[in-house]
Design a protein around this ligand. Structure first.
Ligand code: FCB
Length: 471
């Protein structure tokens, strides 16, 4: 029996995503200031093979040809991020007209090609000058972010409808300030909680600033990497409580203030030996809860955890890399178990059921808030065939199964409005440098040539028909 192909609702938005530091290069050009990722990537031992974003995909110079690829593939929308240190090199004070001009050209180029721009204001490249003053542990950074957001809204607001304040603040706070695998590479648990709060505040302040500048028609959003973690033993109350705790420190630490206007009480209890949270001031939580039009969700994989008992060594298989310092603040007795395969090149298990679970769960929790998958995709060690093509069947199969999962969630009633594939181009994959390729377009890092992979051709067919093609 052959089943009929999955068809997506009319108007469902198909796009792809990138981020400034991962693709642009030109880090010292046209007045751009240094960011925390320039500093970290130039610190020996922090990024695999000593890779840096100095050149990356050289998108800063090749943007026009890259937009042609976007158009040729038929992508309807393109999610990109703006490098704060290009717009405002020191993170405060003077703005840099050359930075404005670059993103203005990019937006015009997208519109000319009939592609909708979706802007992320912060995808991890904090101006180093602000980190020198405490970074996200400094409350003032949230106010600096709102100033920067107001400026960018003024420059691009006549042409950009959808504004995302932050990308994955969990990674900024907990990988940046607790486990130290991401910039700024600090390993201070209380600083991570402070950073999380100031990111929430930054979201609220910037969201309000963008809305004030651009009016009610603006689509305001934030992108979160919500963790789908399952109990090792579903019958164990201790394991189920471990999952509750991880949901608090992994998800509700942002969902609470941003969507419910308050930090969850259990989060404050779980972390009380680390912090009294006195950095949260009266009125902050209300500020964080700026009304949103859409919630961006990034999904890649699932985890499995349990409350660790006994003296044996703990597993740390949470997929975020192990620096010997946990990103899971206050959860030192929670153990992440190795998941059964198959895996991607990141070592992340492939589990499309987590996509269905996450989208349906979020739609149940926030029924009036439309959802957008703002990232999903997979790294594999691609090979180039003799004819020059890139037959990345494993990536296509991952995409097929996860996009099918999005369709299942829609069938189950989740209000999902679109899907952005991570990523358009192979790029600088943070601590893993250029070793991990997520692109549907190959970048040869010797000569920066682009080659459309088979997965991109498959995605292109999906967009053209709104039907999931077979693999
Ligand atoms: C997400 C990031 C993105 C990319 C993918 C693989 O956490 O937002 O920049 O690195 O993971």
């Amino acid at each position: 029996m052959t089943s009929s192909p999955r068809i997506f609702p009319e108007g469902f938005l198909w796009g792809s995503a990138t981020a400034s530091y991962q693709i642009e290069g030109a880090v010292a050009e046209d007045g751009r200031g240094p960011s925390i990722w320039d500093t970290l990537s130039h610190t020996p031992g922090k990024v695999m093979n000593g890779d840096t974003g100095d050149v990356a995909d050289d998108h800063y110079h090749r943007w026009s040809a890259d937009l042609d690829i976007i158009k040729d593939l038929g992508l309807q929308a393109y999610r990109f991020s703006i490098a704060w240190p290009r717009i405002q090199p020191d993170g405060s004070g003077a703005f840099n007209a050359k930075g404005d001009e670059f993103y203005s050209r990019l937006v015009d180029g997208l519109l000319e090609r009939g592609v909708r721009p979706v802007v992320t204001l912060y995808h991890w490249d904090l101006p180093q000058a602000l980190e020198d003053r405490g970074g996200w542990t400094n409350r003032d950074t949230a106010f600096r972010f709102a100033d920067y957001a107001t400026h960018v809204a003024g420059v691009l607001g006549d042409r950009v409808e959808t504004w995302t304040t932050l990308n994955e603040p969990w990674c900024s706070a907990f990988l940046g300030y607790a486990s130290g695998i991401h910039a700024p590479g600090r390993t201070e648990p209380e600083s991570a909680l402070k950073a999380a709060h100031h990111l929430n505040l930054a979201h609220g302040l910037a969201g309000r600033a963008v809305r004030d500048a651009l009016g009610a028609d603006t689509q305001l959003s934030v992108t979160l990497n919500l963790h789908v973690t399952r109990p090792d033993d579903p019958d164990s109350a201790a394991d189920r409580d471990a999952i509750r705790q991880l949901d608090a420190i992994g998800n509700r630490v942002f969902l609470g203030p941003m969507l419910d206007g308050a930090y969850p009480k259990d989060l404050l209890d779980d972390t009380k030996s680390v912090s009294d949270w006195s950095f949260v001031q009266d009125g902050d939580e209300a500020t964080c809860a700026v009304p949103l039009d859409v919630l961006g969700i990034n999904y890649y994989s699932t985890s499995r955890a349990r409350r660790h008992t006994g003296d044996g060594p703990m597993e740390h298989a949470d997929g975020h890399g192990d620096t010997g310092h946990s990103p899971w603040v206050g959860a030192d007795d929670i153990e992440f178990r190795t998941q059964p395969g198959p895996y991607t090149a990141m070592g992340w298990n492939i589990d499309p059921s987590g996509m269905v679970e996450l989208l349906t769960d979020m739609s149940r929790r926030y029924p009036d808030l439309p959802l957008m998958v703002t990232e999903n995709g997979a790294a594999f060690y691609d090979t180039v065939a003799e004819d020059g093509s890139v037959p990345d069947a494993d990536r296509t199969s991952y995409l097929h199964d996860h996009i099918d999962a999005v369709g299942q969630a829609v069938d189950a009633g989740a209000d999902v409005r679109g899907y952005f594939l991570w990523s358009l181009l192979d790029n600088f994959e943070w601590a893993w440098g250029y070793d991990r390729r997520f692109g549907i377009v190959r970048v040869d890092f010797d000569n920066l040539e682009r080659t459309v992979k088979d997965s991109a051709k498959w995605y292109s067919r999906l967009i053209a028909t709104n039907q999931l093609p077979p693999v």
